[in-house]
Design a protein around this ligand. Structure first.
Ligand code: HEM
Length: 505
């Protein structure tokens, strides 16, 4: 090797070292970021994670043991600060809520679907987010509006019960997740567009929105933007999917507009009175920083409601049903509560499920033992700040690992056990699921960005479980016991979806 070669190699190494120290969290720079696993030059911890061929939610369990309450991962160019300690999570989300209430920048693919961050979940903390969230709460979540739309849930739950009966007689068993997804999706489509559409139409929208969720999950170029040109095909696929999403939803928007403006309703699909559908409010909305919205924004904002509300609730019903199937004593106790309240054949009204304390305990225990999401959505600090003695720079991805809170034996006794009774007389009695007082479980997040529709989601779960258990006894499929293995599909679901045999009560 020539002297010049040695000089070039040496110079390159020194340059890389200095450059790495400058921006890497794990390269020993003077930034006072939380500690983290040592990474490789340029790519940080990215390939250490990719080579494990497991989803990050499973790897983080081990990292937490090594690096503790708050640590940093350098994923290519993306700096991720992971917070796992319940006190630090409470401090960030509740006590210093506004500081951590923003969202980090979106990847190019996510920007296609959020039309430049025009969605409640992705908007930065500021006037656009405030306008969108306030409108959503007024139009969908206020008690008056929830009551006004009770007929939609009644219609959807009746269809659900007929459908599962039919599936059971055709195939001998019922698949819980797919049926619950379809039912909840039909409710949310009707809340958004005021329309009752065919089962085939609902399935089409559901499948497109599931694809949107998967394609917007982080991918390699999101961590190493330099690779973006090599991933042109993914961007093309994303644009094609966006086109499909628009083609599926814009006709509903057009029909609704014709109904609202001219009273037209040729195929009688528009069923909600004018003003009662979410989209009606969006037609009038003009966020100060954005001006009047168009079809692109309507599609994004309605898709967000349907996607955010479907998998989260359906996942919870599936996990709850798993325990009811595996523990017949537990199912019997719940059945007794239901028939004590409404009788064996009585209609289950929304006021009734609110009185069922054991049902509530089963649902809380399901959220605790099987949180639908192990992380909240990514947060970002609005300015450089401090947490746990470390610096958190503005704009980095702050990830709250909330699943650990409910696995932590210092917070919960026998955390691996499924015991709804703990919420009636035990370590769960005083727990506040909104995390306002303390972070003992946070299925919906806490503080400024808490899920704005958590009580609606819980209502869907209550109605489905109460109706399903009142009408049928749920049993494991003979020779095919349920498998509790988890997998990640936007929420953490059963890898082999739950199937059960149902016997009319
Ligand atoms: C069991 C049901 C549900 C669970 C477990 C759940 C959970 C969550 C979680 C963990 C977040 C993120 C909070 C954060 O980033 O700090 C969230 C946000 C959100 N959820 Fe839910 N959710 C549920 C139901 C629903 C439903 C039914 C809807 C709509 C009808 C909905 C709409 C939203 C929206 C719009 C956001 C974004 C809020 C923001 O960024 O300001 N969710 N949800």
């Amino acid at each position: 090797m020539e002297l010049l070669d040695l000089f070039i190699i040496g110079f390159t190494l020194i340059f890389l070292r200095l450059w790495w120290r400058h921006w890497s969290t794990t390269g020993g720079g003077p930034k006072n970021l939380p500690p983290g696993p040592p990474g490789w030059p340029l790519v940080g911890n990215l390939f250490q994670i990719i080579f494990q061929r497991r989803h990050f939610i499973f790897i983080v369990r081990e990292l937490r043991k090594l690096y503790g309450p708050v640590f940093t991962m350098q994923m290519g160019q993306r700096t991720m600060v992971i917070v796992t300690d319940s006190r630090l999570i409470h401090e960030a989300l509740v006590q210093r809520g506004p500081v951590f209430a923003s969202r980090p920048p979106d990847s190019p693919i996510r920007l296609v679907f959020s039309v430049g961050k025009c969605a409640i979940n992705s908007a930065e903390y500021g006037p656009l987010w405030r306008t969108l969230r306030k409108n959503f709460v007024t139009e969908i979540i206020t008690p008056t509006r929830v009551k006004q739309c009770g007929w939609i849930r009644k219609w959807a739950v009746e269809n659900h019960m007929k459908r599962i009966k039919c599936h059971a007689s055709e195939t001998g068993s019922v698949e819980v997740m797919s049926n619950c997804r379809l039912t909840i999706c039909s409710i949310l489509i009707c809340l958004c567009f005021g329309a009752k559409i065919s089962e085939q139409g609902i399935k089409k929208i559901e499948s497109i929105l599931k694809d949107v969720m998967m394609i917007t999950s982080p991918q390699l170029p999101d961590f190493l933007p330099i690779l973006t040109p090599l991933f042109r095909r993914q961007m093309e696929e994303a644009k094609a999917l966006r086109k499909k999403q628009l083609e599926a939803l814009v006709p509903l928007i057009k029909n609704r507009r014709a109904f609202v403006e001219n009273g037209e309703n040729p195929n009688q699909e528009m069923v909600s009175p004018i003003g009662a559908a979410y989209i009606d409010s969006l037609f009038r909305l003009e966020p100060a920083t954005r001006g009047p919205l168009g079809d692109e924004e309507y599609v994004t904002l309605c898709s967000e409601v349907i996607s955010a509300g479907t998998d989260t609730s359906a996942t919870t019903v599936e996990w709850a049903m798993l325990h009811l199937v595996m523990d017949q004593g537990l199912q019997e106790k719940l059945y007794q509560e239901i028939i004590d309240c409404v009788g064996m054949n009585g209609d289950i009204k929304e006021e009734d499920v609110e009185k069922m304390t054991y049902l509530e305990a089963v649902i809380k225990e399901t959220f605790r033992r099987h949180p639908p999401s192990h992380f909240l959505l990514s947060h970002a600090a609005i300015k450089d700040t401090e947490l746990g003695g470390y610096t958190i720079p503005a704009g980095v991805h702050v990830e709250f690992y909330t699943a650990w809170i409910t696995e932590n034996p210092d917070i919960w006794s026998d955390p691996g056990e499924f015991r709804p009774e703990r919420f009636l007389e035990g370590d769960g009695v005083d727990v506040d699921v909104t995390g306002t007082r303390a972070a003992k479980m946070l299925p919906f997040g806490a503080g400024r960005r808490i899920c704005p529709a958590w009580n609606l989601g819980v209502l869907h779960i209550k109605l489905l479980l109460a109706n399903m258990v009142q009408a049928f006894k749920w049993l494991p499929v003979p020779d095919s016991p349920p498998d509790m293995t988890e997998t990640f599909a936007f929420t953490v679901v059963m890898k082999n979806p739950l199937k059960a045999v149902i016997l009319p009560r």
